[in-house]
Design a binder for this molecule. Structure first.
Ligand SMILES: Cc1cc2nc3c(=O)[nH]c(=O)nc-3n(C[C@H](O)[C@H](O)[C@H](O)COP(=O)(O)O)c2cc1C
Length: 408
């Protein structure tokens, strides 16, 4: 089965599972510890139901959204994913181009294998945002931010839910550590996945040598099998809002905090000059047991009103998930694994296919829901055993729902 045969994101995941060696697949699909949050993210989406309207003219429906005055052709973008080059050749560039092709934003991770300048060049014309893993060392942080600015990135996303590395036990079992140590089991597993071995690993080696976190080169130069990036991560656990304030002074464009799950933190972000937040639990990969972003979204929208752009990620596998997030009050959604599965299954074309699947699902859901435009989408279209929908205040997609967190 090739990527073109995939009818949904789950099909792409299955292809990825077959094609990738275990060490790479588990790093992509896994959560952390007992995967409680990974599974919970899905469970929350699935518990929410639609209340469709009928006999509504939906022939002219549109899924365009505008965020910060910029219009995107679909209400989702591609979230930052480090080490994406493990799954596809030059995957960071492939993802950025797939996003450009589809008219949606792409967020490049600090931990990409490609230098941020190259991605900006190769995907020029697309909407490119840069995700910052901030160092407490301000010289290192300033260097990276200045590079992103000079390369033309339009927004900066500061990820704040990784003060320390998560406890991903599969990585330790698989010998996936940084620095990376090739052990016999990994080598055999790689050899058993020839599509990946030749199409990704050896091709990358021939093209640009051993994969490196190239954005960190000027500070520590880490090859993933050689030098740890600990120096860059150094004292990340000491970061606080004063560092964010400092960053705000440095970065002249739109600035997001990624990893917010509480209304009080969203308010702090606002006070310290953020333009938006990513309501995210990092796809269930950081704190196992954390709530789902959808559980946090209503209280955050209620607290900040329209003063912050609110985007949601973690667990999105269907267009209907995106419609639910928007009906709950999100301005936009982001996907991490969905497009990475596409990359693993079929490179840039596979990522485009993943985007196409989500877009057509959204299109169909809007029609079946009797909602011709995302502007009209609100919580009145949703049903959940623990809340009574209150008609939204158009066009603000009101957050007047009881929090899903109250659920048994
Ligand atoms: C393989 C992988 C690598 C990731 N790397 C980063 C990263 O470098 N920076 C970051 O802010 N988030 C990272 N994330 C989290 C994503 O940005 C996003 O929050 C998450 O994938 C959303 O959940 P989903 O995969 O269920 O869509 C990563 C996620 C995955 C799956």
């Amino acid at each position: 089965m090739g990527y073109k045969d995939a009818l949904n994101i789950e099909d792409l995941r299955r292809i990825a599972e077959k094609r990738l060696p275990r060490v790479a697949y588990e790093f992509l699909a896994g959560g952390t510890e007992d995967d409680v949050t990974l599974q919970h993210n899905r469970a929350v989406f699935e518990r929410i139901r639609f209340r469709p309207r009928t006999l509504v003219d939906v022939s002219g429906r549109s899924q365009q959204v505008s965020v910060f005055g910029k219009t995107f052709s679909a209400p989702f973008g591609i979230a930052p994913t480090g080490a994406a080059g493990l799954y596809g050749f030059a995957a960071d560039i492939a993802l950025a181009r797939a996003a450009r092709e589809a008219g949606v934003p792409f967020v490049l991770s600090t931990a990409s294998f490609e230098p941020l300048e190259k991605v900006a060049r190769e995907a020029a014309g697309g909407t490119l945002w840069f995700q910052l893993y901030m160092s407490k060392d301000r010289a290192a942080a300033r260097n990276l931010v200045t590079r992103a600015l000079d390369a033309g990135y339009e927004a900066l996303i500061v990820t704040t839910d990784v003060p320390v590395q998560a406890n991903r036990e599969y990585n330790r079992r698989n010998g996936f550590t940084i620095p990376f140590r090739l052990n016999l089991a990994n080598m055999i597993d790689g050899a058993l996945h020839p599509h990946w071995l030749f199409g990704v690993f050896l091709r990358t080696l021939l093209d640009s040598g051993i994969p490196r976190f190239q954005n960190l080169d000027t500070n520590v130069g880490g090859r993933i099998i050689a030098k740890p990036i600990d120096e860059f991560r150094a004292r990340r656990e000491a970061l606080d809002w004063s560092d964010f304030r400092w960053l705000r002074e440095l970065w002249p464009h739109k600035l997001f905090v990624k990893g917010v799950l509480r209304a009080d933190d969203a308010l702090l972000a606002l006070q310290h000059g953020a333009d938006g937040v990513f309501i995210s639990n990092h796809g269930g990969r950081q704190l196992d047991g954390a709530i789902s972003p959808l559980e946090a979204l209503p209280e955050i929208r209620a607290a900040v009103g329209r003063r912050l752009a609110l985007v949601v990620d973690s667990g999105i596998r269907r267009g209907s998930d995106i419609v639910k997030a928007l009906a709950f009050g999100a301005d936009m959604a982001f996907v991490g694994r969905a497009t990475l599965y596409g990359i693993a299954a079929g490179g840039e074309a596979g990522a485009q296919h993943a985007i196409g699947i989500l877009r057509s699902e959204i299109e169909r859901v809007l029609a079946l829901l009797g909602c011709p435009s995302l502007r009209e989408l609100n919580a009145d279209y949703l049903w959940h055993p623990d809340f009574t929908p209150v008609p939204a205040v158009a066009p603000g997609k009101s957050a007047s729902l009881a929090s899903l967190a109250a659920r048994p």
